[in-house]
Design a binder for this molecule. Structure first.
Ligand code: ADP
Ligand code: MG
Length: 236
């Protein structure tokens, strides 16, 4: 991990107006994300983690504040710029995988590869997540952990600068969850990908370089781990 800032969020807020009710999902949150780090965003349900991650990923815009990716402020970017950013710079991994059910594992990954210039090879990325022999299978023929591995392959085939993961182990048993965390850690360590993992699971923060603790829509605390644990040593 070096100290170059990849993203700089400054006083970001997000307010949802639901009829009479205003929900302040994010309250003036500032955060730097360093190039090449493994960052965990930790907090209870409803604390604003997904809102923050979606803004970082260019899937949602803040109500106020700025979100710099290098020189570009996502908060001020046009639709075409945001689309290019999501497509070329960001890989997303979700709790429930979000695979396309009537495409095979290989086709799901190929679809993502087709969006960018110079993707990795679909087959080698699927082999790297241990699914070399399951490429022709549909999501319904794969276990939850296997589907999550396809979704990691789908994200990584684009060679993203940023890998954003929203509760990636939330639907998995411990053993499978650790395996998934191992793949995310490898993407960080071997590919140099900047990885952000959102979780409500305190144990997962042990593998982070830094932990942002969210509370009621704000980054309440940032903790630096001098000795991150390897995923196979995490207990929960
Ligand atoms: P977390 O991921 O930490 O569980 P979220 O970021 O999903 O939290 O939500 C933070 C708060 O914002 C919650 O109170 C949630 O109900 C609210 N919220 C999130 N998305 C919306 C939305 N699209 N419309 C209205 N309220 C929302
Ligand atoms: Mg969430």
């Amino acid at each position: 991990m070096n100290e170059n800032i990849l993203m700089k969020l400054e006083r970001v807020t997000k307010t949802y107006q639901m009829g009479e009710v205003r929900v302040e999902a994010l309250k003036e949150t500032s955060l730097d994300i360093y190039e090449g780090e493994l960052l965990v965003i930790l907090g209870p349900s409803g604390s604003g983690k997904s809102t923050l991650l979606n803004i970082v990923g260019g899937m949602d815009l803040p109500t106020t504040g700025s979100v710099y990716y290098r020189e570009m402020d996502l908060a001020q970017a046009g639709d075409a710029q945001l689309t290019r950013y999501r497509r070329n710079e960001v890989g997303f991994v979700f709790q429930y995988y979000n695979l396309i059910p009537d495409l095979t594992a290989r086709e799901n990954v190929e679809l993502a590869a087709g969006l960018v210039d110079g993707p990795l090879s679909t087959d080698s990325v699927l082999a790297a997540v241990g699914l070399g022999d399951r490429m022709g299978h549909f999501p319904s023929q794969l276990s939850g952990g296997e589907q999550q591995r396809v979704s990691i392959a789908r994200a990584m085939v684009k060679k993203p600068r940023l890998l954003l993961c929203d509760e990636p182990t939330g639907a998995l048993d411990n053993l499978t969850g650790r395996m998934i965390l191992g793949l995310l850690e490898a993407a960080n360590r071997e590919q140099g990908c900047t990885v952000v993992i959102v979780t409500h699971n305190t144990s997962i923060s042990d593998m982070a370089h830094r932990v942002v603790r969210m509370s009621s829509g704000a980054a309440a605390e940032i903790i630096v781990n001098s000795e991150p644990l390897s995923p196979e040593r995490i207990e929960w």
